[in-house]
Design a binder for this molecule. Structure first.
Ligand SMILES: [Zn+2]
Length: 282
């Protein structure tokens, strides 16, 4: 199958990050190792096999491909997908799917799960997802993906294997879970989204938006429309403990070359960790 949608790939610390994101064009991301996709602004053929998706809000460039994706999986006889999205938009998303069901005469099999900030989703044994609030012009939220590790509680650490097994058989919980923030995906937001959860700054990989770069863009206006400017990042430069910071969702009014130039001027502490996405001119 010929892939005709743009897509970039970056590998970091055992995670392959694939995707594309330009404001008002389309956003779609996939991290195969986590079996997780973010946003359904378009549906590349190669993303179809991924079943679970997290969508941050209902703007067209983030959700327009929902019917295409759901229908293709059915056509390919794959399991119905599971799509998490803000609770406020679930009914409207179903209306869209029902309308396409009538137009296309094919059943739209999927699970749409509404989420609210503060929830912790148990995706699998290895991964949890925390939902945190973001600030955009429509109902929106961000997602923090955690790695779940089980560790013996300190009081049992000196015991032999058979002793631990005996305790387990007595019904004792010998292990405690630790959650390590692995990937944070903010979606579209003004800086309030960055500050909404301390782990945004701690997650190994942070994928966030940086729609505006040019000095003449007025920040108050950008924030009102639920977006960020590079200066917002600079103001918080000391807080980012992420290994990799991906700045996505660049406005079509900003040239990639110009955004790249501005990123090169970032302080040393940030520059080496920041990556501009997507690099191709829209
Ligand atoms: Zn948006």
């Amino acid at each position: 199958m010929v892939e005709n949608l743009p897509c970039e790939t970056l590998t970091h610390g055992g995670l392959t990050i694939q995707g594309y994101s330009r404001a008002a064009v389309q956003s779609y991301w996939l991290i195969p190792e986590l079996k997780l996709g973010f946003e359904l602004g378009a549906s590349p053929w190669s993303f179809m096999g991924n079943r679970t998706w997290l969508v941050t809000h209902g703007h067209l460039d983030h959700l327009a491909a929902l019917p295409v994706f759901v229908a293709r999986r059915r056509m390919m006889k794959m399991e119905p997908p599971v799509i998490y999205l803000p609770a406020e938009i679930v009914d409207d998303a179903w209306r869209v799917l029902k309308a396409w069901q009538r137009l296309d005469r094919g059943r739209m099999n999927c699970e749409l799960i509404g989420v609210k900030p503060g929830e912790l989703i148990a995706l699998s044994r290895e991964h949890r997802v925390a939902v945190f609030p973001t600030k955009h012009t429509v109902p929106s939220c961000g997602y923090l993906v955690y790695d779940v590790r089980k560790k013996l509680k300190p009081e049992y650490q000196g015991l032999r294997g058979d002793e631990i097994r005996d305790l387990r058989q007595q019904g004792l919980e010998v292990a405690a879970e630790t959650l390590t923030p692995l990937v944070c995906f903010t979606g579209d937001t003004n800086p309030a989204g960055l500050d909404a959860h301390p782990d945004v700054y701690e997650s190994k990989v942070l994928i966030t938006e940086m729609t505006f770069f040019r000095p003449e863009h007025r920040r108050e206006k950008i924030h009102k429309f639920g977006h960020m400017h590079l200066d917002d990042l600079l103001e918080r430069a000391d807080r980012f403990r992420n290994e990799l910071i991906i700045l996505a969702h660049l406005s079509t009014r900003t040239h990639v070359a110009e955004a790249r130039r501005r990123i090169e001027q970032l302080p040393d502490s940030l520059r080496g960790r920041v990556r501009l996405w997507s690099q191709e001119e829209a």
